[in-house]
Design a protein around this ligand. Structure first.
Ligand SMILES: [Cu+2]
Length: 71
């Protein structure tokens, strides 16, 4: 079963930021797909069940942006 995780992303200011965040999220092993919306300040992540939200947040943080879990 796949998990869908929504993250709130802070500090993005343009399309490049969104691409950077998206690539960081996709680089996390369990992630299958990620879609980042600059307008909504949100990332929608499809991942397998082994995914850990904190790993996603860490991957985003490593690129200089902040991610927070969204219910
Ligand atoms: Cu930017």
């Amino acid at each position: 079963m796949d998990n869908t995780i929504i993250l709130r992303i802070e500090d993005m200011s343009c399309g490049h930021c969104a691409v950077t965040v998206q690539e960081a999220i996709v680089s996390v092993e369990a992630v299958k797909k990620a879609k980042v919306s600059l307008r909504k300040k949100e990332a929608k992540v499809i991942a397998d069940s082994t995914v850990r939200t904190e790993d996603l947040i860490k991957a985003v943080a490593a690129t200089g942006y902040r991610a927070f879990p969204k219910a």
